[in-house]
Design a binder for this molecule. Sequence first.
Ligand code: CO
Length: 287
Amino acid sequence: MTQSDRRIEEVLVAREASDGDGVRLKRVFGGGDLSRFDPFLMLDEFGSNEASDYIGGFPSHPHRGFETVTYMLEGHMEHRDHMGNVGQLMAGDVQWMKAGSGVIHSEMPKQVEGRMRGFQLWVNLPASEKMGPASYTELAAASIPKIEFDGFWVKAIAGKLRINGRELVGPIGSEGVLATEPGYLDIAVDRAQDIVVTIPSGHTALVYAYEGALSIGEPAYALKAGMLARLNREGELRLSVSGETRLLVISGKPIGEPIVQRGPFVMNTVEEIHQAIRDYTDGRLLL
Ligand code: CO
């Protein structure tokens, strides 16, 4: 550890939760004072061998004011939205959906047995884009760069980050079109490694271990599967991994605006939230 390494500010343990129509999942973070995760609002991990844990899926529901990012590790989820998009999300696929002023969609499992596994991340939008048009992007697994290093690989889903000095560019946001400049990496480690991730100065940095364990900082903090570390916003991110491990590294530029969330709506003020709820109940969310 050097003076310039990022330090852990907080560690959270993913907690069991239920969402949609009885889908059992782990909420890694979400709720409470969200400004510390700015621009991120929530991360869920879903993963089960039991169809009864996921088969109800997420029937038709609204969003306004942010983006949802779904990354599938295993299984098959079907997305349908009011824009007419139908997405068949399979292992390794990513869906990046901007709710903007309003989306109504469903996310339903298309398998009745076997493992369903993945993540959903919520990325906030600045006030200037919250009431903008909705959009939908689907990335097939094959279109996501998988970069091999000696002893580990990295899938670069979003952003422009460096690992051990090598620049990785993900298909989402690499043109700088997203105000929050999100970085999203999935890293799979085979054997003992030190990994240095260079994240832009001032950006929020999150590390989520979902298999195995790693250590961060000095004195070393052991981050085990199911734990999320939130780091300070300056310096290099130095990870020490001793064996087979899977982790996500998520980074983004804070928006710095007030965050008011009510369920699937995330706006800047309570009045805007009330408006969103009225618009939805009156059938005007999409107008
Ligand atoms: Co949704």
